[in-house]
Design a protein around this ligand. Structure first.
Ligand code: SAH
Ligand code: SF4
Ligand code: F3S
Length: 441
């Protein structure tokens, strides 16, 4: 049997897509191998979100040259966002890439591989208005059998001025709600305990089923009811579309995780306007107030970016003050990286010097560390339901898992196993982890 190896970079949507690709190629007679040296085809599922992400891929392709030289039949493919962005340009460097496939062309991978075997070059970077891979049951070759991703929509129509995603992933489209419910039920039957519904902006999910529109809150409710024993998460929520309806659905069902990832990007309304985020600082804080009111036990996490075009010190201060006001449990923090083709790259100069970006990023990281430490300390004495997903890296005698709030909890325990839900009382904390003891299982 032909052997396939996939390396996945970028966001969770790429993880889910790699599993779709593995399913498509399995049907075509490929066996997945963890061992790259055995592979006949190696696919890199790539990300273009920041320049650094793309540099990593180029570096990886250069590393793979040696393997390629030692194995003339080996095919190397670049798939995903960077494939879509660079297309034929990926063939320009000699002997690095044989196959290029964009995110909507994965069904044609068997043909692309066949063509590349003969002609040494094959490409399909066509985007689609309708492709959702709805009926393909992903081959989850590399997860822990406990927690799975389920893609509920593709693409993005928001065109935040800095962002490459609308260009690499194309127009937004929602997947058939029934196929989502069916897949989640199948995951439960297969022994999974947790599912994360994925989309760039899940709050704008809408699918017409038998003449009736299914919104995201409705979909979430259908899923919660379909698999009451499973824990359900979702990401990402765009603040402009986060409704009270959604929060009420989350409050109603115990199996809906009490965690909201709500990327803010900046605490300054003027920066948000330049970013085309379509909300203000005040709107965002109102959404946070709604979460605190309707879901008091929820954790809130975010993405923050500093150093966007024309960002002043006063605007940076507004980001720091918003962080302190919201008190995020955790955050992903980035320096702005200009992406060719975006509105910002055409009309807004990338004029914050790198040393200033680095300093601002460090200020943001310092504030977040302080906040994470504080928020985690507030959890001491409370009891959380933890889904066990592994053994602690630091101490092999201890289990680790995640709370409904998506926090990592470490604890010693007997008579439990991977995939168990256990009640853990928190006894101590740091900025990264909670430590506790089992009170009931
Ligand atoms: N759809 C999600 C974000 C997906 S990208 C949302 O709208 O929230 C994940 C994060 O990468 C973004 O939230 C943003 O913080 C960051 N990001 C996106 N484009 C970037 C760029 N050009 N430079 C630096 N960070 C960027
Ligand atoms: Fe990018 Fe904005 Fe779409 Fe998120 S919502 S993927 S940041 S364009
Ligand atoms: Fe990267 Fe594409 Fe995801 S650009 S962040 S892999 S949608």
């Amino acid at each position: 049997m032909k052997q396939l190896h996939i390396e996945t970079y970028g966001c969770q949507m790429n993880v889910a897509d790699s599993e779709v690709v593995a399913a498509i190629l399995k049907k075509d007679g490929f066996e997945y191998t963890k061992n790259i040296d055995n592979a006949d085809v190696i696919l890199l599922n790539t990300c273009s979100i920041r320049e650094h992400a793309e540099n990593k891929i180029i570096q990886r392709l250069n590393e793979l040259k040696k393997l390629r030289a030692s194995k003339p039949q080996l095919l190397i493919g670049v798939i995903g966002c960077m494939a879509e962005r660079l297309q034929e340009r990926l063939f320009e460097k000699k002997d690095l890439v044989d196959i290029v496939a964009g995110p909507d062309s994965y069904r044609t991978l068997p043909q692309l591989i066949e063509k590349a075997q003969v002609e040494r070059q094959a490409i399909n970077a066509e985007l689609s208005l309708t492709e959702t891979y709805a009926e393909i049951y992903p081959y989850r070759y590399d997860d822990n059998g406990i927690s799975a991703f389920v893609s509920i929509m593709r693409g993005c129509n928001n065109f935040c001025s800095y962002c490459i995603v609308p260009y690499t992933r194309g127009r937004e489209r929602s997947r058939d709600s029934q196929s989502i419910v069916d897949e989640v039920k199948q995951l439960y039957a297969d022994g999974y305990k947790e599912v994360t519904l994925l989309g760039q902006n899940v709050n704008s999910y809408k699918f017409e089923n038998d003449g009736e529109m299914v919104s995201f809150p409705q979909l979430l409710e259908q899923v919660a009811i379909a698999v009451p024993q499973m824990r359900i998460r979702f990401t990402t929520s765009h603040p402009k579309d986060l409704s009270d309806d959604l929060l009420y659905v989350m409050a109603k069902y115990d199996n809906l995780a009490k965690w909201i990832h709500l990327p803010v990007q900046s605490g300054s309304s003027t920066v948000l306007q330049r970013m085309n985020r379509r909300y203000t600082r005040e709107w965002y804080l109102d959404r946070v107030a709604a979460i605190r009111r309707i879901l008091p036990e929820a954790s809130i996490t975010t993405d923050i970016m500093c150093g966007f075009s024309d960002e002043t010190e006063a605007e940076q201060e507004e980001t720091l003050s918003l962080m302190r006001e919201v008190e995020y449990d955790a955050a992903f923090m980035f320096k702005y990286s200009e992406r060719e083709g975006t509105v910002a790259s055409k009309r807004m100069p990338d004029n914050v010097p790198d040393d200033v970006k680095v300093r601002r990023l460090n200020e943001i990281i310092a504030v977040q560390n302080e906040l994470s430490r504080k928020k985690n300390a507030e959890d001491v004495g409370k009891t959380f339901e933890v889904l066990i997903d592994g053994v602690s890296k630091k101490d092999e005698g201890e289990w680790k898992g995640r709370s409904s709030q998506n926090k990592t909890v470490v604890f010693p325990a007997q008579n439990v196993k991977l995939g168990d839900f256990v009640k853990v009382k928190i006894v101590s904390s740091s900025s990264a982890t909670l430590r506790g003891e089992v009170v009931e299982n």
